[in-house]
Design a binder for this molecule. Structure first.
Ligand SMILES: Nc1ncnc2c1ncn2[C@@H]1O[C@H](COP(=O)(O)OP(=O)(O)OP(=O)(O)O)[C@@H](O)[C@H]1O
Ligand SMILES: [Mg+2]
Length: 264
């Protein structure tokens, strides 16, 4: 599926599109600031897309639109063949978009199991149970972590006592458990140790192997070449470059991050 930026601009409905997520002409204004200037992006199931750009380029704003935290000022978004009309974080999670922000939004004083069910304790799988079943939640958490090949020695410890990488793993496990179709990660490897950094990259690969789409924001080029199928570079709110890492080459990517759209 080749991406032709702008080819479908103006199209409201894209039935039959094979992309899981399609953004068309997304704009976002904050008063006088135009943070996004008509961004097109497609992400397929099982695909890892690295979203790159200098500070202030609009990366976080773009993922907040996808995650329902910001309503766009213009443009359209389809997910799983449905056009989104409601931009709301809870709705985004309900349809399978899970976002792992840098602060992770884990509850520090609760254990891993409780964190996996945070805010969703009684819905669906807990239906009819009047009380929280912490042992059961811990068992479910242990199973998902095992599937992901993540080892956390004591699941009863409060998440606040876990390392940065283990916390990332809990957040990823939560996304897997709730069957996210798209997982968005904003700089997941910032501020973690070498071993954990590696573990997070492996987790990203495992998510993709399970058919989950991943959007990864990072400033670490080596990670991009390790895990990304495609790169999209934002410069001052506009997409400046897009393509497979090896086709683009690191020089062109870095240049476009600094200077924007270049002549081919
Ligand atoms: N809530 C807001 N209100 C006003 N302006 C905002 C808001 N959020 C972002 N902006 C502005 O939008 C632009 C894009 O910001 P954004 O946070 O998306 O950049 P970024 O690419 O994530 O940068 P970084 O790499 O530093 O995290 C910046 O000029 C920023 O100041
Ligand atoms: Mg940001």
């Amino acid at each position: 599926m080749a991406a032709h930026p702008g080819a479908q601009a103006g199209a409201e409905l894209r039935t039959g599109s094979s992309a899981l997520l399609s953004l068309r002409g997304i704009t976002k204004r904050f008063g006088a600031v135009e943070a996004l200037k008509g961004v097109d992006l497609d992400v397929g199931a099982g695909e890892v897309v690295a979203l790159l750009g200098d500070n202030g380029a609009g990366k976080s704003t773009l993922i907040k639109v996808i995650a329902g935290a910001h309503a766009p000022s213009g443009g359209s978004m389809t997910f799983d063949d449905q056009t989104l009309r409601k931009f709301d974080p809870r709705h985004a999670r309900d349809i399978g978009i899970e976002t792992i922000y840098q602060d992770l939004a884990l509850a520090e004083n609760l254990d891993v199991g409780s964190n996996m069910f945070l805010g969703r304790e009684i819905r669906q799988r807990r239906l009819g149970l009047p009380m929280l079943d912490r042992a059961r939640m811990r068992e479910e958490a242990a199973q998902v972590l095992e599937q992901l090949d993540v080892h956390i020695p004591d699941l009863k410890r409060p998440v606040g006592e876990l390392s940065g990488g283990q916390r990332q793993a809990v957040a990823v496990a939560r996304a897997v458990y709730w069957q996210a179709k798209l997982v968005i990660m904003d700089e997941p490897t910032a501020a973690v140790g070498v071993g954990e950094h590696e573990a997070i990259l492996q987790l990203i690969t495992r998510l993709a192997e399970r058919g989950v789409a991943v959007i990864l924001i990072t400033h670490t080029m080596a990670d991009v070449w390790r895990v990304a199928d495609r790169i999209a570079v934002l410069t001052r709110g506009a997409k400046a470059l897009e393509g497979a890492p090896d086709e683009l080459g690191e020089d062109a990517v870095v240049r476009s991050m600094l200077f924007g759209r270049q002549k081919a």
